[in-house]
Write a protein that binds this ligand. Structure first.
Ligand code: ADP
Ligand code: AMP
Length: 212
């Protein structure tokens, strides 16, 4: 199964991607996670992405597309994958089609997870992430332990810089201007599926499973 998850920042793409990856047995590829891991290791990639990420802007396409191309060529993607946070503009979507053509495969579906802006802002504001393994928590809906240590790996749980108010405003603007057109792009290809992301995470998962 080759899937792309679309939707505004904070709607729950990562949350669903983790669950789908377990359920379908294919890797979860999150460009945001890849950038954050690179930054934690202070690699050239991470350091060059940092200023874009912290200010809520997109990392330039040439960097991001190269990163995804290399990842999709990895043998663990031969049986499928779930892309989360990519493509984020139409140029990335077109590049993905070319990469998949060269690999001789195609997407099965692009799943758009939708929710109103009040809900996504609340989800982003309460999001907390583990520095070690990237696990995601929410102060109200899935609270992390009080000691601030991730139960899965013992890593420090923190709030992303780009989840603070100033960057969130910019990310929502970037989403509207650059990423929303990607939804129409997949509609044009005839593979778009739409799911209501306002429900509980388990219900969203079951809705996606029944669609694919
Ligand atoms: P995205 O990957 O789309 O940016 P995340 O998966 O990181 O979004 O989810 C954003 C926040 O909302 C996280 O704190 C997550 O725990 C929480 N969350 C995700 N899905 C739901 C849901 N269906 N109901 C309530 N909270 C959710
Ligand atoms: P995410 O974890 O998906 O919320 O992404 C966090 C940040 O990483 C984004 O705001 C961008 O700065 C950067 N990023 C992630 N994916 C992409 C992408 N496909 N293209 C450009 N920038 C990206």
């Amino acid at each position: 199964m080759r899937l792309v998850l679309l939707g505004p920042p904070g709607v729950g793409k990562g949350t669903q991607a983790v669950r789908l990856s377990k359920r379908l047995g294919v890797p979860h590829i999150s460009t945001g996670d890849m950038f954050r891991e690179a930054l934690a290791k202070k690699t050239a990639l991470g350091l060059s992405a940092k200023e874009y990420i912290d200010s809520g802007k997109l990392v330039p396409d040439d960097i991001t597309i190269g990163l995804v191309r290399d990842r999709l060529e990895n043998p663990d993607c031969a049986g499928g994958f779930i892309l989360d946070g990519f493509p984020r503009d139409v140029a990335q979507a077109e590049a993905l089609e070319k990469i998949l053509e060269i690999l001789g495969v195609s997407l099965d579906a692009a799943i758009y997870i939708g929710a109103g802006s009040r809900i996504v802002v609340k989800r982003i504001a309460g999001r907390r992430v583990c520095e070690g393994c990237g696990a995601t928590y929410h102060i109200s809906f899935n609270p992390p332990p009080e000691d601030g240590k991730c139960p899965k790996c013992g890593g420090r749980i923190y709030q992303r810089v780009d989840d603070r108010q100033e960057a969130v405003r910019e990310r929502l603007k970037v989403y509207k201007a650059l990423t929303e057109p990607v939804v129409d792009y997949y509609k044009g290809l005839g593979i778009l599926k739409v799911v209501n992301g306002e429900e509980d995470a388990n219900e969203v998962l079951e809705a996606i499973i029944s669609m694919i």
